[in-house]
Design a protein around this ligand. Sequence first.
Ligand SMILES: [Mn+2]
Length: 272
Amino acid sequence: MATYAIGDIQGCLDSLLSLLDKCRFDRGKDRLWLVGDLVNRGPRSLETLRFVRDLGPAATTVLGNHDLYLLMVAAGLGRRSKGDTLDEILAAPDRDELLAWLRHRELCHLEGGFCLVHAGLLPQWTTATARALAAEVETALQGPSCGEFLANLWGSEPLCWSDELQGWSRLRVIVNAMTRMRFCSLTGAMDLKTKGEAVDAPVDHLPWFDVPGRRSAEDVVIIGHWSALGLRIEDRLLALDSGCFWGRHLTAVRLEDRALFQVDCANTESQA
Ligand SMILES: [Mn+2]
């Protein structure tokens, strides 16, 4: 059995399938860990959702900002943006099953010394804390107040975590850190606007994983979301968004031995 952690797919199913071929992925024996953002922008979002859902327990996927955005749009919320490719999902005969499946994914997955999350973790959080906070969000998303939760999700405030936070602002900080954050300050104030490379950090900010003393460094954190950062393989960090949708690469890391597998997405997915 092998576990393959794979970066952001964003509807680029052809790239995913050729990567799985390259890994010789066996759905009867192996497992996939996906960093989220299964959908949007790429050409085959609907089929990607169906494919991952049909893998059942062989695939673990955490929610990304585009996945949550799909849930918002499906609920009649959120501002549509030009590059969205969500219409085929919204019009699909099995949309309700697919959206229900998506709504029941974790926001953060903790297992065997690894923590899988779409974007990042605030410096105050251990991975165990992050898992407990993710559960608060999952309860809201999976329960009867899901619509109200989604209606209160939009926005970037507050920028900082506090144990005292309550209600929708508490859940919004958790979601924003785990699905949108790239940079934060030494004290954990998020910058949710800057999208460049690590060297483009705003004044007094760092890539969240470089904040000294961050408490999640006890485990290997696996993330996606940050295509401008590029592939980054470190002792305690696997950053796997290698820009598949942008015509670069889709990457898998086999967690047991850190073997790297990549496909070139220039021909199949390039939007240029
Ligand atoms: Mn993302």
